[in-house]
Write a protein that binds this ligand. Structure first.
Ligand SMILES: [Zn+2]
Length: 432
């Protein structure tokens, strides 16, 4: 994607294009009048008004940047209350437009209720000639191919809509850590799966990506994440970060966490803040929670959990289960560790233990004989996975230095196919 484009195919201008004077003053609002060639549509943030000789876009919300996107678009739209929802396509496809228009209103309603009222008069999904997935204030630019993938209305769409609150609403101070991707991924991508009952699988995959890509020397503190540029940085800025917010929600409880989201929005919308300030706003007046969670922002790595010295003894009328839980690889964190014990009568006893040191002994009183002990069975903790917890996935190989051995005596055509595959992998995974 270029920093600016003015061509017969279309226009794209942003804050890097130098198309408006940039001063130290923040943009408190704007009004933009554009006349475009016949058959073209132009778009910016905010509200659209049509005059005989020009289209205007305007907003009284502060902006970090001004955008202008234009081209031979086909515009589809519908109203929902005071809101205009629209889809802008370069290659017209009314059925595709309907697939986006249908769920948009629901997402905006959900986040408005969860966090605070949506700050704009419209939201638009805009087809882009370049392969992007970008969230701008009140619109998103999705590449032509991405836009046509069947799952995007249920994955990228809620994510980009939520960036109107996190990232484009409360702004990110990149020198102090980009908190917005993790929080957005947690409240959009994870939420979409969680409400289908697939939260556990989603978190397992997040921990897999983090364990396989970051753990081999590319990990970094959450405060150091600016933006994704490869699998390792993505696994920190998205996967590790969303697991951090998941732990925080479990610790605070849903009600206090949701109140924290509203506080973050109320206190900091259209202001620039770093990771710590965002966490402080979410946590509110709970210094003991901050004390346990702030170390995650500054430290590299995550704990590996191990359980040893497991024993069970009859303690009428039930049984007593003892075990030692240890965390290694980092300075000890305070972790509320969920445990699940399968009992001889088939019941599952769920509990939680508080691990504060590198190694700690716990005992549980159980109503009957324990058969199986599982630690963090629903992947609620930010940690490096044990290899035994992972189904075989390619990221297990590609996260670190790996040799590929190709069949040199294979027929020429087959050999060429292997080499093509190897080169394609090599482009994506530099350690191969
Ligand atoms: Zn994002």
């Amino acid at each position: 994607m270029p920093e600016g484009e003015l061509s017969p195919e279309g226009v794209y201008l942003d804050d890097q294009s130098g198309w408006y004077p940039v001063t130290a003053e923040e943009i408190r609002g704007f009004r933009l009048a554009v006349s475009a060639p016949d058959g073209w549509q132009v778009l910016s943030a905010g509200r659209r008004d049509e005059a005989p000789d020009a289209i205007t876009w305007h907003s009284d919300r502060p902006q970090q940047a001004l955008y202008l996107v234009g081209g031979p678009y086909h515009r589809h739209h519908r109203r929902e209350g005071n809101l205009t929802l629209s889809v802008w396509l370069l290659h017209d496809d009314p059925a595709l437009a309907r697939r986006y228009l249908a769920p948009m209103g629901e997402y905006i309603r959900h986040y408005s209720e969860l966090i605070g009222p949506y700050p704009y008069a419209k939201f638009a999904v805009v087809e882009n000639r370049w392969p992007t997935g970008l969230g701008m204030p009140s619109f998103t630019l999705l590449g032509s191919q991405v836009l046509r993938l069947p799952f995007i209305p249920y994955t990228s769409l809620p994510h980009e809509i939520l960036h109107n609150w996190w990232g484009n609403g409360v702004w990110v101070d990149y020198r102090k850590g980009n908190w917005s991707e993790g929080l957005t991924a947690y409240l959009a991508d994870h939420w979409m799966k969680e409400r289908q009952g697939k939260g556990v699988e989603y978190r397992l995959r997040a921990l897999q990506r983090y364990s396989n890509f970051a753990a081999r020397g590319d990990d970094m503190p959450l405060l150091s994440f600016v933006s994704r540029h490869d699998d390792a940085s993505q696994s920190v800025g998205y996967s590790k970060s969303l697991m951090f917010f998941h732990m925080l929600r479990r610790r605070l409880g849903d009600e206090a966490f949701d109140a924290g989201l509203r506080r973050l929005w109320r206190e900091y919308r259209f202001r620039r803040i770093g990771f710590q300030r965002a966490v402080e706003a979410l946590v509110g007046d709970r210094p003991e929670v901050l004390r346990d969670f702030l170390p995650w922002l500054e430290r590299t790595g995550a704990p590996r959990l191990d359980v040893t010295e497991v024993s069970s003894t009859p303690a009428p009328p039930g049984h007593r289960l003892a075990f030692v839980l240890s965390q290694s690889g980092t300075e000890p964190y305070t972790l509320e560790v969920p445990v699940a014990v399968t009992l001889s009568d088939g019941q599952v006893h769920r509990d939680q233990v508080r691990l504060e040191r590198a190694r700690q002994r716990f005992t549980l009183s159980l109503p009957s004989r324990p058969l199986r002990l599982r630690i963090d069975p629903e992947y609620d903790l930010l940690r490096y996975l044990d290899p035994s917890e992972q189904p075989p996935v390619l990221s297990l190989l590609f996260g670190g230095k790996t040799w590929l051995v190709l069949p040199t005596s294979a027929p020429d055509q087959e050999k060429a196919a292997w080499e093509r595959l190897a080169r394609a992998w090599q482009r994506r995974y530099p350690n191969l």
